[in-house]
Design a protein around this ligand. Structure first.
Ligand code: NDP
Length: 448
């Protein structure tokens, strides 16, 4: 009889053989598979159902051409994608990323993680992800609008409120969602529920912009409290300076932490007096400027080129909120040397496998992305509910629901880790709980 370990290993070899050039996707699969052995020992039917081979294969990958004209009248062409990964639990749900590094591998890793993240929220949503290798940096508003319209002209054929509901991600905020929604409406019809992350004036939800950053801090606070700690008077390092980072700065500061950094793809700011949330938002959102402008205006801030994870002073808590693989084994070891006892991920897959092993070896409390950053998609699902009921809930109501959802996710990870005798391995706890739910739903629906 095949053992759990043999089955998982053979399955991973199969995934590698079929997707050898998709390194980010393979990394996300390996991270999940590494934690699943105890489940297969308890559920031998998962082996006979060959669930791993099924779960790693997207239901559908759509790839398309996006022609548009730039401000000088030149014709440009980008590539667009939508990965509809798994609808066992509900309609595909997941963001759109516009960034020059976008490839099918990146979107498959994001779509794969999204399946399990979405199920952890307890809301009925499946997993998907999409985007384009378009670079919004330095583009005029009119260029962004023409690109978004062209992107949606194709994407609208494949989405719908009960089928697939995209949202934002890197490079896609309220402005881009607004332009895409406008185009969807011209081609199809008014249907607020087809996209989430909409501006407030036409179907957006209060607290959606804040949701991923706030949710990350709520999750981390639950993890800290369960271990006799809190954010109060802790020194916190945050990477990124976009949507997730900004609201993580605000909420962690509100809970008494001193957040000393933010970063972008060129460099980082250290501000020992604490990052100024209002100035940060003004620089990034209103002026759409670089962080050097923040440093120029804040006397206590210094700007450094390179990665924020090269910072070499005392830190208690790290919240990576920029992008995948920002922390490798060496950077994780530096964090541990500098006092970090807790890492929670606002970004998707910001820690590589070496970094995760370093956290584990040093008993660092680790909040994996799938669990810690699920607040964004959770409030997106609440936006879908409000749209279908034609209602707008108050900020307080949405925030309270978000707090409950993040507390439930942490408790699920904790209780599942305890059930399987895995101590404080919240990574394994969250992975196992989410995997079991998706696997059971797929099996109950027959051979899907
Ligand atoms: P934004 O586009 O608002 O901000 C992204 C930030 O990350 C910017 O500061 C950007 O700097 C930085 N960044 C992007 N690419 C790199 C890179 N290669 N190296 C270093 N820094 C980089 O995106 P979000 O804040 O929405 O997303 C951040 C992360 O959070 C992503 O991993 C995303 O998938 C994840 N996430 C987002 C959710 C959401 O609701 N928005 C939900 C769940 C997860 P620069 O300006 O220089 O590019």
């Amino acid at each position: 009889m095949t053992t759990a370990k043999e089955y998982i290993q053979a399955s991973f070899e199969g995934v590698k053989a079929r997707n050898s050039h998709e390194k980010e996707f393979l990394q996300a699969v390996e991270e999940l598979f590494n934690t699943l052995e105890p489940v297969f020992e308890v559920h031998p039917e998962y082996i006979t159902e060959n669930i791993l081979a099924r779960i790693v294969e997207p239901e559908r990958v759509i790839s398309f051409r996006i022609p548009w004209t730039d401000k000088d009248g030149n014709v440009q062409v980008n590539r667009g994608y939508r990965v509809q990964f798994n609808s066992a639990v509900g309609p595909y749900k997941g963001g759109l990323r516009f960034h020059p590094t976008v490839t099918q591998s990146i979107l498959k890793f994001l779509g794969f993680e999204q399946i399990f993240k979405n199920v952890l929220t307890g809301l009925p949503i499946g997993g998907g992800k999409g985007g384009s290798d378009f670079d919004p940096k330095g583009k005029t508003d009119a260029e962004i609008m023409r690109f978004c319209q062209s992107f949606m002209t194709e994407l609208q054929k494949h989405i719908g409120p009960s089928l697939d509901v995209p949202a934002g991600d890197i490079g896609v905020g309220g402005r881009e969602i607004g332009y895409m929604y406008g185009q969807y409406k011209r081609i199809r019809q008014f249907d607020a529920g087809v996209l989430t992350g909409k501006p407030l004036g036409f179907g957006g939800s209060l607290i959606r912009p804040e949701a991923t950053g706030y949710g990350l801090v709520y999750f981390t606070d639950n993890m800290l409290q369960a271990n006799g700690k809190s954010f109060n008077e802790q020194t916190v390092l945050i990477s990124g300076s976009g949507n997730v980072a900004q609201y993580a700065v605000q909420k962690a500061t509100e809970l008494g932490a001193k957040v000393i950094s933010v970063s972008d793809s060129n460099g980082y700011i250290i501000d020992e007096t604490g990052i100024d949330f209002d100035l940060l938002c003004d620089v990034k959102n209103n002026r759409r400027a670089r962080l050097t402008e923040y440093a120029a205006e804040k006397a206590t801030a210094t700007y450094h080129e390179g990665s924020v994870w090269e910072y070499d002073g005392h830190v208690d808590i790290a919240l990576p909120c920029a992008t995948q693989n920002e922390i490798d084994g060496e950077k994780a070891a530096r964090l541990v040397k500098n006092g970090v006892y807790c890492v929670a991920e606002g970004a998707n897959m910001p820690s590589n496998l070496d970094a995760i092993n370093t956290y584990k070896e040093n008993d660092v409390l680790y909040g994996l992305a799938k669990a810690a950053n699920a607040g964004g998609v959770a409030v997106s699902a609440l936006e879908m509910s409000q749209n279908s009921q034609r209602l707008s809930w108050t900020a307080e109501e949405v925030d309270n629901r978000l707090k409950d959802i993040m507390a439930n996710i942490f408790n699920t990870a904790k209780e599942t880790a305890e059930k399987y005798d895995l101590g404080k391995d919240y990574l394994a706890g969250a992975n196992i709980a989410a995997f079991e739910q998706v696997a059971d739903a797929m099996i109950a629906q027959g051979l899907v």
